[in-house]
Every structure is written in C-alpha cells, then in structure tokens.
Design a protein around this ligand. Structure first.
Ligand SMILES: [Zn+2]
Length: 109
C-alpha cells in the first residue's frame, strides 16, 4: 500500500484499525507511530480558528499541509502533527473546543 492508497482506504474505513496502524507505521516510521498515539490519547484539538496538536514540547497549529513546528518549518517535510490531524479527521478523533485558540495565547507572563 502506498501513501495515497492508505489515505483513500482509511477514508472509506473511518477507523484506525490495528491493520491500518501497522500500515501507517510502515509508511511513516516514527512519525506514523506518534500520530497514532496522539489520536489514541486525544491530543488533536479543534478550536474555532485552528486545529492544534499537542506534542511533547509544545502545541502546534496545523492548517491543511502546513504546520508551525520546527520539523516542518526547517526540514519542510510532512511532520507527524499533519499526519495526526489527517488521522483524527478521518477517524473522528478530534476533541472540539468552543474557543478561539488565539485567545489562549495571552497566557500568564
Ligand atoms: Zn508539525
């Protein structure tokens, strides 16, 4: 299965079964594994304005094929946050927040 086939089939399935989980890790390695874990731990959040993925070292905004993390910005590759959002959207693993993510930036400083 190549990447396109994987996403197309998963779309039809709507659920990350153990078989798809294995396939994901086969295709994307460590990134696939992190994406699957974030789905299982419900680390993909949907705010009114952005999709956000919670990682070990912070939260990242994902917009389609764009992400705010270093991996994406400096290596220009599809990072695991993007994979996590895709998975969550297809498999219904998104935690929805009725809030503006921008408002959460003004934290205590
Ligand atoms: Zn990223």
């Amino acid at each position: 299965m190549d990447a396109k086939e994987f996403w197309d089939t998963l779309k039809g399935e709507g659920c990350l079964t153990p078989r798809f989980r294995e396939e994901l890790i086969h295709l994307y390695g460590e990134r696939g594994e992190k994406a699957a874990l974030s789905l299982e731990k419900k680390m993909v959040k949907k705010y009114r304005d952005f999709m956000v993925v919670v990682g070990a070292s912070g939260e990242y905004i994902v917009e389609g094929d764009f992400c705010t993390c270093h991996d994406f910005m400096f290596r220009g590759r599809c990072c695991w946050h993007i994979l996590a959002v895709r998975l969550a959207l297809l498999c219904g693993g998104v935690e929805e927040y009725d809030l503006w993510y921008q408002d959460t930036w003004a934290g205590p400083e």
